[in-house]
Design a protein around this ligand. Sequence first.
Ligand code: 3PG
Length: 306
Amino acid sequence: MTKVVVATVKPFAKAAVNQIASIFEKAGYECSFFEKYESQNDLKKAVAEAEALIIRSDKITEEIMDAAPKLKIVVRAGAGFDNVDLAAATARNIVVMNTPGQNSNAVAELVLGMMVFQARNHFNGKPGTELKGKKIGIHAYGHVGKNVARIAKGFGMEVFAFDPFVDKAAIEADDVTVFDSVDEMYRTCDYVSLHIPANKHTIQSINYGLLSKMKNGATLINTARKEVIDEEGLLKMFRERADFNYVADIAPDNRETIEKDFAGRCFFTPKKMGAQTAEANINAGIAATNQIIAFIENGDTTFKVN
Ligand code: 3PG
């Protein structure tokens, strides 16, 4: 019997857990859930017999892989896989996959929700502004970016994007205006929403040079990764530009300073909430489950990222 461990510090919704368990049971797999664990040491013990792992933002390091000698596949139920040491996995012949697109609507809905919250002054009773007629710039047009564009249009926003890795015509087919220059997008838009992955090219790439181009009164929304922000540059922006706002689903390291000194101009969720919906958990959880079964039974490596 293939042993699967679903290791999630931030557990899936109950409905997702039930469906994952039921699919594995029908397929004749042994599946256990290791939720809300407190340390990497605990995780090490939990994966000792695992041949397959489903994770979320859980950190899968070389050490964890060495503690799981039978491990063949890790599926990150979600989009970003910066939490898995891909080189270490490849060196151990472990396949790593993600489940692209499965939680993207949930993240996109949160983007617009956070924008309304900021535009309406955190619902403090004072007059705010509307999203209708404003310009939103989508920085990276993947699954989440595409959903943000769709929902932003429903609000009557003008939608722009910058993504040198996506075919311009494909973005334009969504009635989205493409910028060839990232600076130009930051200069033009009232809202900029980040959807870039965290990797060696993007870490700290959202720096003062870029932020300082932002339009007067602009808001930056980050539901991607905190690592893409240059926090010194962010702080400088807050200090120098009283019109600048920042809302994020992944709080910066200097959260307390920013919240204390720039109250009303920032908001950070208590923990990453973008994919925290029953629907996203079900979609990503079931996709991960089916991908593991397809890999073990047929060697299917669709969605392999290493
Ligand atoms: C993702 O990369 O899919 C999102 O950031 C969601 O991450 P989570 O599963 O840890 O909530």
